[in-house]
Write a protein that binds this ligand. Sequence first.
Ligand code: SF4
Ligand code: SF4
Length: 394
Amino acid sequence: MGAIIRMNESLLNESLLIDMLKCARCGKCRALCPSFKENKWETSSARGRVLLSLGLMQNKIPMTKRLISDIFSCFICKQCSELCPSAVDVPRIIENTRTLIHKKGLTPSPIQLILDNLDESKNIFNMDQEDRLLWTMNVEELIENRICKPAEIGFFVGCLESFKGSLGVIPEALILIMDALKIDFTILGEEEWCCGNPYFIAGDSRHIANQFAEHNIQKMAALKVKTVVTTCPGCYRVWSSIYPVIYGTLPFQILHSTQLLAQLIAKGELQITNLLPQKIVFQDPCELGRHCGVYDAPRKILSTIPNVRLFDFENSRENSECCGGGGLVKAVHPNLAKLQCQNKIKQYLSNKIDQIITACPSCLDNYLTSLESNPETLTIKDLHELIAELLDLL
Ligand code: SF4
Ligand code: SF4
């Protein structure tokens, strides 16, 4: 055991090794792993990936292309850990294994490209930082005097919503809502860098990820914001769970935008009177739900909408399945991501759901792609967009 620990000291400590050995004899969660359901290979389940990880960390098996492919078919969704009797943190093990792969220079090229883009341009798309404000074209006059100005709330927009045209409606809707409620807010604009989430999920352990954290924290702190709000669950997880580990206690609180809106509803400052006579479901984003424990805020918001029927499946909240958009799987295995999403869509169609609501740019993006080939009876909408529409702001 000593030799094993010496071999990859930072990646395999004794408690992790014990967890991995327990997992190797179990397999209880296999049937619920979304990538196992599709691939039906043991190496696509939590136990299988943990066994591969153990073999690699003990230097007992070669780092083959097939093995790397299996490690990158994990959605980091944490569904296995939710049910695990031994509380094994599978996403942590997978991220450590991805670190090992990254250190050998064998990270799959679509993911390495994202990391190279981050190094070079501070965003995942390798776009000019000046283009970070392209999404604001419909709300320009609401933000032109608010960029990098001291304010109560610092809205961290994130790369996906800033640069991907179909997702720009998410920050636009939140800006409209905050402006209508006279909330004092700022955004960093060109000064915003990616939160760094791809570095962490890809297992890239270089110091550069810390520089992203320090940059974003210092920019927000300089504006004396009291609360950083983000609409992206990935950014929220990084700001609330990873930045404090890198930086220590942050000089502001972190909220996901659904928590902010739920607080405004509780205070009576946000009221929705327009009707929504539909049967809807909320897609729990994995990084908001299982990773950060935020389940109630979005449901509190949606349940205040008059006439709405908010439907919760048995496998929602803690047991909700990933939409297929997590863990960077989409970059390496786009078909697996799409199939997982289509499975969820089938469930919704058979339960006669009218509309899927989510509060995550990755979920929205994945559903928009996967719904293209489905009947128009089912639609997907971002929660902020829905609320802005019901307030007649959009
Ligand atoms: S993650 Fe937990 S439940 Fe799943 S196989 Fe490993 S030990 Fe068993
Ligand atoms: S984190 Fe999700 S995809 Fe990965 S092994 Fe666990 S259940 Fe499967």
